[in-house]
Design a protein around this ligand. Structure first.
Ligand code: NAD
Ligand code: ZN
Ligand code: ZN
Length: 394
């Protein structure tokens, strides 16, 4: 099969590799019809995630058609159209029972923090991902969800990560009616966090980034105010000025370890990796939120440590919440929001690229070229799958 193949930092290419096979009776094989590139893939692409092995295939956002199932799989059948949450999870461990699917205890032998994630290095279980024609889906009765017939495939692929993550960011902010919410980051996750903040009752939403075309998009898409941090000297002071000198009620970090905007943080967190990512947005969020406010973090950081102003957080009496998203928990609610027209996820898709051109796709998304917000990769045979389906249904 054709699959995205990691060759080292900033080097990926489409290559042929052996088809995945059923390795356990609970597995399924899914023929991918669409996959996305996520901001999290950029951390891998930039060589910032430990134990990212040459030859692995990234991709934790994918939808497709079930091609084969193991003998123990009862809920899926060949031909089902499924969306597959980015978390690989067992559904029955202590953490899964608490719906903390991102922290499953059974799917990642390498860590005690995060559970398994498709295509996300051996620190997240070493599973090959979905930027490929075929992918092995372990515990297939647990993760995948059959895509309802009225849900567009483009919306479905955004339900595997970006939308639920943005939504959970807003949820963890514990927004009260009328609250002012500041979202750092106008990538897909930040855009959906801003949109979701309104669903939780925000009275004002402000999005911060440095990329003007993304700020223009989110201003229209999420009807929010925007700030380009390149035009601001002191972020916390600026947010205080915008909020009657109190600070925001809720700040959301939808940027993570590669945050720009502070040379010392970038040098220690990205260039030399002396800390597990630039903590610029953590500083801005903690310092821009009001006393007693909430900080919600979904931007990803490494496992070791970051230089964060924890004393400020303590003295201000902040509530800090953070996690990998627990995708499956949010799906029923988000599908209802899509059906009701409250949110139209597919509008954020700017690029559709054949899987063969995956190297260009990473370059464009990483360098923020061509007004790129979200890229969908289309495997070479996805069209044929659709044609077969169409023939079958007429
Ligand atoms: N917790 C989870 O479950 C989860 C899931 C998906 C993605 N993520 C993480 O969320 C983050 C965002 O993902 P994405 O797909 O939107 O990525 P993205 O790279 O498309 O977007 C990040 C945005 O942050 C902006 N940015 C950089 N420095 C900034 C700063 N100091 N202040 C404000 N904005 C700044 C960039 O210009 C960019 O537009 C990444 O860290 C990703 O790994 C987490
Ligand atoms: Zn992702
Ligand atoms: Zn589990």
């Amino acid at each position: 099969m054709l699959a995205m193949n990691y060759r080292g930092p900033f080097r990926v290419r489409a290559e042929h590799k052996p088809d995945p096979v059923i390795e356990h009776p609970g597995d399924a094989i899914v023929r991918v019809t669409r996959s996305c590139i996520c901001g999290s893939d950029l951390h891998l692409y930039h060589g910032l995630v430990p134990d990212t092995r040459v030859g692995t295939t990234f991709g934790h956002e994918f939808v497709g058609i079930v091609e084969d199932v193991g003998s123990q799989v009862t809920k899926l059948k060949v031909g089902d159209k499924v969306l597959v949450p980015f978390n690989v999870f067992c559904g029955s461990c202590f953490f899964c029972q608490k719906e903390l699917y991102g922290n499953c205890h059974n799917t990642n032998p390498q860590a005690t923090a995060v559970g398994g994630i498709y295509g996300y290095s051996h620190t997240a279980g070493g599973f090959d991902g979905g930027q490929a024609e075929l992918v092995r889906v372990p515990m297939a009765d647990v993760g995948p969800t059959v895509i309802p017939s009225d849900i567009h495939e483009d919306d479905a692929v955004l339900l595997t990560d970006a939308l639920p993550t943005g939504y959970q960011a807003a949820e963890m902010g514990d927004i009260s009616e009328g609250d002012t919410v500041v979202v750092f980051g106008a990538g897909p996750v930040g855009i959906f966090a801003a949109k979701s903040a309104w669903l939780f009752g925000a009275g004002r939403v402000i999005v911060v980034d440095q990329v003007d075309y993304r700020l223009d998009f989110v201003r229209r898409y999420a009807q929010c105010e925007v700030v380009n941090f390149r035009e601001v000297d002191d972020m916390a002071l600026h947010i205080k000025k915008m909020t009657d000198w109190l600070g925001a009620d809720v700040c959301i970090d939808a940027v993570g370890c590669e945050a720009a905007g502070n040379a010392a943080q970038t040098f220690t967190g990205v260039t030399t990796m002396m800390q597990a990512g630039s903590a610029t947005v953590l500083h801005w969020a903690i310092n821009s939120v009001r006393k007693g406010g909430n900080v919600s973090i979904v931007g990803v950081y490494g496992p070791t440590f970051n230089a964060v102003p924890i004393g400020n957080a303590l003295n201000k009496g902040l509530t800090l919440r953070m996690n990998q998203a627990s995708v499956k928990r949010h799906l029923p609610r988000l599908i209802e929001h899509i059906r009701a027209g409250h949110i139209d996820p597919k509008q954020i898709i700017t690029h559709r690229v054949p899987l063969e051109e995956v190297a260009d796709a990473y370059h464009i998304f990483s360098s923020k070229l061509d007004n790129c917000i979200k890229t969908v990769l289309i495997p070479p045979n996805a069209g044929q799958v659709k044609a077969v389906e169409a023939t079958a249904s007429h």
